[in-house]
Design a protein around this ligand. Structure first.
Ligand code: MSP
Length: 572
């Protein structure tokens, strides 16, 4: 292929405009293809972003936005519409609406929903294209190669395998997705990706946390060691009509990935107002679209004189009973029915508790029941229920803590137990007191599942504390016993207050119910002012003596085995 000389590449990126404390942050989910309805993998991408967004809000960390939306152009959508006997626009309207509804129903706190068919976005893409062209990053060339429409990209031979099509004829398929590829030869605009190998390398070396978790960072470094050919960034309009035309050349349509990636800029007002937000962006993406985000997107940005996003947070995939989710296997899991079956919070909890970004995770019905029932219904709900029971706390108030019952020790590791308080009780205080920082650290390092694991361990520890001291056995007529009883309940409610506060980003409805029952006012639910058991350190506790909230109902109802699965297990 003929490559005209590069005019002025690469340009040094502009300095970050938004650093420092209280700074702005744009969190993003990928924008979703509308060739099919949402599934639980899509929801997982969005829930990770949502939990980070909510946690940031609770920390009072500065203004943030959570952007999401739908990716509506390209051959894939054009073909899906044709197959469904509808127009691309009608298909986009309908499916984009479904995504919006699924995200809203799941409580995803998005502030922006971009549709790539919106004029605002299209204008931004055309301006971005103009900046690429003016910077000398584009040239016209004849391109040929294997195109994979479901992945919307050309694939090199090394990523292909031999297979057979539906009629049994030999064909080539993508190694990654298994989808058939087709030989395509076209006149295209090419982007000088090859010129960006060194700048990309430098960026990654200087920013070792730019891509997280680390195995994905290492993967991108390896890609940069391999061949990095220039990228075809347009398709002939005769083949692809459903897209944004190349400015000044209506025979070409802008490549759908360039169009889609620019959503991260168009949402913050590119080309005029993005400076307030860019490059303080954290993109949450699945592993299948890592190259687009960690190689192509930063290179495109550098080519127009912008900095790469601050972070790319990568997650792996959900399988279903050990199998890849796919339309052909008929095992695609619908998030609407999951939310109905497991409740919104139950399903949010399951995905975020069991989803480990580094590796693929498996979904199946019995596992959801086990995790959610044992951790939310039994451990957390049971603890609230037992510690607020009118039989042990008839006044239904937040009881007082007695220093004499739970004397302060200077080092909990040396506490062998004074009076009724045991070493394990001091260990509980240490664990819960350090929990907010630990959880914040895990959110920061994109390990939300570990944050939930720590909370669960503390819930168990608190249950043991409660169980160990058998408050229901204490004689309330004896003033000394009453003081001890109140202290046990006070400590337990304080632990629950910490758990409820920390769980807000993951199970917002349940956390709200829990905190309301504990009479914690909305303005007392932030992480910045979260102090555990102040009375133990001789400070006043604003909750002591407060009337507890009126909703004495079950915090989280145990989930029942679905009828369908009931039948499955009853079959001989
Ligand atoms: N439209 C592109 C993204 C463009 S962003 C500029 C796209 N869309 S997608 O609908 O196919 O995927 C959206 C997200 O869902 C990706 O992060 C992808 O990794 C994620 N998932 C798709 N299948 C998944 C699972 N089985 N499990 C977890 N996430 C999965 O790619």
């Amino acid at each position: 292929m003929l490559r005209p000389p590069c005019r002025c590449l690469p340009r040094p990126p502009r300095r970050a405009a938004c650093t420092g404390p209280g700074r702005r942050l744009l969190l993003s989910t990928p924008i979703f293809y509308v060739n099919g309805p949402p599934h639980i993998g899509h929801l997982y991408s969005a829930l990770l972003a949502d939990a980070l967004h909510r946690h940031r809000g609770l920390r009072g960390a500065g203004p943030s936005r959570l952007s999401t939306g739908t990716d509506e152009h390209g051959l894939k959508i054009q073909q899906a519409a044709a197959a469904a006997g509808t127009s691309p626009l009608e298909l986009c309207e309908r499916v984009s609406g479904l995504f919006r509804q699924a995200l809203a129903q799941a409580g995803v706190s998005f502030t922006d929903f971009t549709r790539t068919s919106q004029p605002r976005h299209q204008r931004a893409v055309q301006r971005f294209w103009g900046a690429l062209r003016d910077g000398g990053a584009l040239y016209k060339g004849s391109y040929e190669g294997w195109y994979c429409t479901p992945e919307e990209c050309f694939l090199p031979e090394s990523q292909l395998a031999e297979s057979r099509d539906a009629q049994g004829r030999p064909c080539k398929v993508s190694l990654e997705s298994g989808h058939q590829v087709h030989w395509t030869k076209e006149e295209n605009y090419m982007f000088r990706l090859s010129a960006f190998r060194d700048p990309l390398w430098k960026w990654l070396r200087e920013n070792p946390h730019a891509i997280s978790p680390d195995p994905f960072y290492q993967r991108v470094l390896r890609w940069l060691e391999e061949d990095l050919p220039d990228l075809s960034v347009s398709r002939e309009s005769s083949r692809l009509q459903w897209g944004i035309p190349v400015p000044g050349d209506p025979t070409q349509t802008i490549y759908v990935w360039v169009d889609a990636l620019v959503n991260y800029l168009s949402v913050v007002g590119y080309p005029t107002a993005h400076g307030e937000w860019w490059p303080a962006a954290h993109h949450i993406v699945g592993k299948d679209i890592l190259k687009f985000h960690a190689v192509y997107w930063p290179a495109l940005l550098m080519a127009v004189g912008l900095q790469p996003p601050e972070q790319i947070l990568v997650h792996s995939h959900w399988t279903v009973r050990g199998q890849k989710m796919s339309k052909s296997l008929g095992n695609v899991v619908d998030p609407f029915s999951c939310m109905e079956q497991y409740t919104v919070d139950g399903f949010r909890y399951f995905l975020l508790r069991q989803g480990v970004p580094e590796r693929d995770c498996d979904y199946y019905h019995e596992k959801v029941l086990k995790v959610v029932n044992s951790e939310l219904a039994d451990a957390l709900g049971g603890l609230l229920n037992r510690s607020t029971a009118l039989s042990i706390n008839p006044s239904n108030t937040y009881p007082c803590f007695s220093e004499s019952c739970f004397p302060k020790v200077s080092d909990s590791r040396e506490a062998t137990g004074t009076g009724r308080v045991s070493a394990e009780d001091y260990a509980l205080l240490t664990s819960v007191a350090s929990l907010p920082l630990q959880v914040a650290g895990y959110f920061e390092s994109f390990q939300i599942y570990k944050a939930l694991e720590c909370i669960t361990l503390c819930v168990r520890q608190t249950n043991s504390f409660f169980q160990r001291h058998r408050p229901w056995k204490l004689d309330r007529k004896d003033p000394a016993e009453q003081l001890w009883l109140d202290t046990i309940i006070h400590v337990t409610l304080e632990c629950l207050r910490i758990f409820g506060t920390l769980l807000q980003p993951v199970i917002p409805h349940t956390a709200d119910k829990l905190l309301s029952r504990l009479a914690v006012e909305p303005q007392e639910r932030a992480l910045s002012s979260l102090t555990f058991l102040p009375r133990y350190s001789g400070k006043p506790c604003p909750f002591e003596g407060r009337q507890l909230g009126p909703d004495t109902g079950v915090l989280f109802h145990r989930l029942e085995k679905s009828r369908e699965h009931q039948r499955e297990t009853e079959r001989p």
